[in-house]
Design a protein around this ligand. Structure first.
Ligand code: DX5
Ligand code: ZN
Length: 226
């Protein structure tokens, strides 16, 4: 069975009770904790920031998966200097004229550099930064808000990206699916080639069950998908 990773999206947690949700997720063995950072410039929303992430780091040992939806991220990689080995920091290709600089700065911190792509952005643009990335975060919705519907074309994009990476000898680069990773879509996303599943309002934080119960349900579903 192909290894997979679940990264619950903390912006979808019960923010009035985030500490308890985080401890529950740590108890579930969450592979990552996904922290969405938005600046009301790259996307029309403002969410979590470095101080929240620092508090998460103090609260539990789970690796952190930061998703920067901010303009010119290369200017604030140092804000994340408390992250390192095992953590992921992803920047959007569309958010900077200096993408390689941002990715190199993340690598310098000791964290795993990720490049995030909006639904319309072709992955073939990544040809000159393959040495600089460990993760490609494929947005399966337009970034900025939880609770949106998965864009069907994203499945084919993930499938083609997996092939493209493998053809270039980069089977090690992980594909992260982010957006409406639901109990229904998770199976198809894994079959398409996704490795890391950002689990938000339609899975781990779905009102259908508690956080631990939903996490176990998603994990079992992915375990039983080739
Ligand atoms: C959206 C964020 C996602 C979001 C996922 O811009 O990047 O991580 O929190 O939430 P759902 O799973 O509800 O789409
Ligand atoms: Zn995200």
């Amino acid at each position: 069975m192909k290894k997979f990773f679940i990264s619950p999206s903390l912006m979808c947690s019960n923010l009035m009770n985030a500490g308890s949700d985080i401890k529950t997720l740590e108890g579930c063995g969450a592979d990552f904790l996904h922290i969405d950072v938005m600046d009301n410039h790259f996307v029309p929303n403002i969410t979590l920031g470095p101080d929240f992430a620092r508090a998460v780091r103090k609260t539990c040992g789970s690796p952190i998966d930061v998703h920067l939806m901010v303009e010119n991220p290369e200017n604030c990689i140092a804000c994340w200097n408390f992250l390192g080995e095992g953590d992921i920091i992803s920047v959007h290709y569309e958010s900077s004229r200096h993408v390689q600089k941002a990715l190199a700065a993340i690598r310098e911190l000791g964290a795993r550099p990720g490049i995030a792509l909006n639904p319309a952005t072709p992955f073939t643009l990544l040809g000159h930064v393959l040495d600089d990335i460990d993760v490609v975060l494929v947005m399966t919705v337009n970034p900025g808000f939880a609770g949106q519907r998965l864009i069907p074309a994203a499945l084919e994009k993930i499938q083609a990206l997996r092939l493209w990476l493998d053809e270039r000898g980069r089977g090690d680069i992980l594909i992260e699916a982010d957006g409406n990773v639901s109990f229904d879509s998770a199976r198809s996303l894994k079959e398409a080639g996704a490795d890391i599943f950002v689990a938000g309002s339609s899975s781990v934080f779905s009102p259908e069950g508690g956080v631990a119960e939903n996490y176990a349900r998603l994990k079992n579903m992915l375990k039983n998908t080739l």
